[in-house]
Design a protein around this ligand. Structure first.
Ligand code: HEC
Length: 248
């Protein structure tokens, strides 16, 4: 993405090369992007301490300085190879990024949703300590987050005869959903299981009929995502009934 949006001036392979003194990359393969990553850090173009709003990499993508400081306080001199890194790379926003050379204007103001999503992602990446994918199976792209689950009585008079159960995961790929009465794992009220990882259960909901229950009975909803992150939602029938508003 950075190559597509920024390469016109920062790529060594294509474009006009006008930005290469500040930051450059030959291509975006893992091998050479290691150098870009190191340069972004060493030149202080992005810092998780300052956060996205204090990082010139973010300003370049956003099309304006977002920290309200004086842009002349620490100017840059990217072409100077004899200067100290601080003097050479400064703490500076180049106004060329106001439009990124785009005659129609900056993509954030022309309403380019894909670009806006990328800027948001760049900002989150900086704020989250700029993790780098080094190929580790449990690297930052690994899904460590559990899905979410919910349940509510779904009858117009709030009689405890039917539940609506919902589940959601950011991946939209659920492995299993089960609804139990108490700990009765052998006789689930509802169960769904993917046949295999290429046919996941999508985010959704189901109506689940209840047998005869008493107020003290527990309802358990258990949802697993593809990485076996698990969410368990458990409530007593009495609580579900007290949360229910009868229909008009
Ligand atoms: C229209 C050309 C152009 C585009 C497109 C462009 N840049 Fe730049 N960039 C420059 C120039 C020119 C400089 C300053 C280089 C110099 O003065 O030697 C620069 C400098 C920078 C700097 C140093 C801080 C600063 O603002 O001076 C960063 C960081 C940077 N660019 C990131 C980006 C990113 C990220 C993108 C894509 C969102 C991008 N640039 C797109 C031309 C461009």
């Amino acid at each position: 993405m950075m190559d597509a949006y920024c390469g016109a001036c920062h790529s060594l392979q294509w474009g006009n090369h006008s930005g290469v003194n500040a930051l450059s990359w030959p291509d975006t393969s893992t091998a050479s992007s290691d150098q870009v990553y190191a340069d972004i850090g060493a030149r202080q173009f992005a810092s998780s301490g300052l956060g996205a709003i204090g990082s010139s990499l973010f300003w370049a993508a956003r099309g304006r300085r977002t920290d309200n400081r004086n842009n002349n306080a620490a100017p840059a001199n990217y072409g100077c190879t004899g200067c100290s890194p601080g003097d050479r790379f400064g703490y500076y926003y180049s106004s060329i990024h106001d439009t990124l050379g785009n005659p129609a204007g900056h993509p954030c103001t022309t309403g380019d949703a894909a670009y806006a999503a990328w800027v948001f992602k760049v900002g989150k990446w900086i704020d989250n300590h700029m993790p780098r994918d080094t190929g580790n199976a449990y690297g930052y792209k690994f899904d460590w987050y559990h899905p979410t689950a919910d349940a509510a009585i779904s009858t117009s008079n709030c009689a405890a005869t039917q539940l609506r159960v919902g589940w959601w995961d950011d991946s939209n790929a659920i492995k299993s959903v089960s609804v139990l009465l108490g700990e009765a794992v052998t006789t689930p009220l509802y169960v769904a299981q993917w046949p295999d990882p290429s046919h996941p259960i999508r985010n959704g909901e189901a109506l689940v009929a209840l047998p005869t229950v008493s107020p003290g009975d527990l309802i358990t909803v258990e949802v697993h995502d593809a990485q076996d992150n698990r969410q368990i939602y458990r409530k007593r029938i009495a609580q579900l009934v007290s949360e229910c508003t009868p229909g008009p």
